[in-house]
Every structure is written in C-alpha cells, then in structure tokens.
Unconditional design. Structure first.
Length: 192
C-alpha cells in the first residue's frame, strides 16, 4: 500500500506531538540544572512550537482540497480546532463532515462537544441526541450528553449517562473518563 505524502506529514506531526507529550523532561527548565543552555521562557516557546498543530492542519486542508467530500479529514481538522479551544471553527468543520457523512455518530459527538464549548447547551444536546439515534451505545456520545446535562445542572441525568458509558466497555479510555467523572466532587462531599 502506498502512502501519499500528506499521510506521512500527518503521521510525522503526530509522532512529534507524542514525543513532546511523553518526554516532558526535555522541556522542563530547572534551576538545579546548570548544564541546560535554555531559559525557562525559551523552553516554553520550544514546547509550544513542538505542540503546534500547524502541520496537521495543513495536511488536513490539503486532503480536503484534494477531496472536498473527505469527512475523515474534515473531522480531523475539526478535532484539532476543538483541542485548541476554537469551538466555532470546530463546529463549522464538523457540520461540513456531517453533510458528507450524516450517519457517523463520531461526528455528532465532536459537534456536540464543540457546541458545548461555545455554551450552546440546547444545540449541543440536539446534536448528541441525533448521534445517539444512530448508535445508542456510543460511549463518547454518552459522555458528551452527560457533560451537557452537568452543564445544565442536571447531575442525576449526567451520572446516569456516565455510568452507562462506563458499563458499555469498562476497559477503555472512555470508561476511564466516565469513572473519573462519576468520582467527581459530589461523591467526595465537595461542592464545585
């Protein structure tokens, strides 16, 4: 199988991000390390450059330019914007991805999260419900709907969704997040 150059760019950028995240000692400034030639400010700048998503964004844009109906590339771009807190742009790209593939529950999860990030609770809930109509056992959708309920002050409903997400598959990353949410401040006697 031949990989196109833009796939290699995405893979290379992902490797850079993983290395940067798994090797934080490379970027830590320390007053106890006289051998380190970089100031803490310089290390912070280098770390931010390493964690830049610019290569991935460009690669996704190139993929979309080559195939305007590439819902995977649109979702990937939207995901990066969401990670950067650019929720309006994320919602725009998730919406475009849904136009290309309206039966993908993962896209609804991302779109719901993007709307939640913008504080559009009702719109977020509407999109999450559309996704759950496609796949009622989608862990991420249940986590997002729980977050929407929590943001609305409906903690009992939120906990039900988080528990359901955990119960679907207790051995994956989504279940781990559900478990952390379930063990939140209300279980410890603390109020947010």
């Amino acid at each position: 199988m031949k990989f196109k150059a833009y796939y290699w760019a995405i893979i290379a950028a992902a490797v850079v991000v993983v290395v940067a995240l798994t090797a934080p000692a490379l970027f830590r400034g320390s007053d106890k390390d006289p051998e380190n030639p970089h100031s803490p400010e310089e290390l912070a700048r280098l770390r931010n450059e390493m964690l830049s998503y610019t290569p991935q964004v460009e690669a996704y844009k190139d993929l979309i330019a080559a195939n305007p109906a590439d819902d995977v590339a649109m979702s990937g771009l939207a995901s990066i914007y969401s990670m950067q807190g650019r929720y309006t742009e994320a919602a725009e790209w998730y919406s475009k991805a849904l136009a290309a593939n309206p039966q993908d529950a993962d896209i609804y999860a991302g779109l719901g999260e993007a709307y939640l990030g913008q504080g559009l609770i009702d719109v977020a809930m509407r999109e999450v419900e559309k996704g759950l109509a496609i796949d009622p056992n989608h862990q991420v959708l249940l986590l997002v709907r729980g977050a929407v309920y929590a943001e609305s002050g409906k903690m009992e409903e939120a906990r039900k969704d988080w528990q359901r997400a955990y119960d679907i598959n207790p051995s994956n990353r989504s279940a781990n997040l559900a478990q952390q949410l379930l063990a939140g401040p209300d279980d410890t006697g603390f109020s947010p």
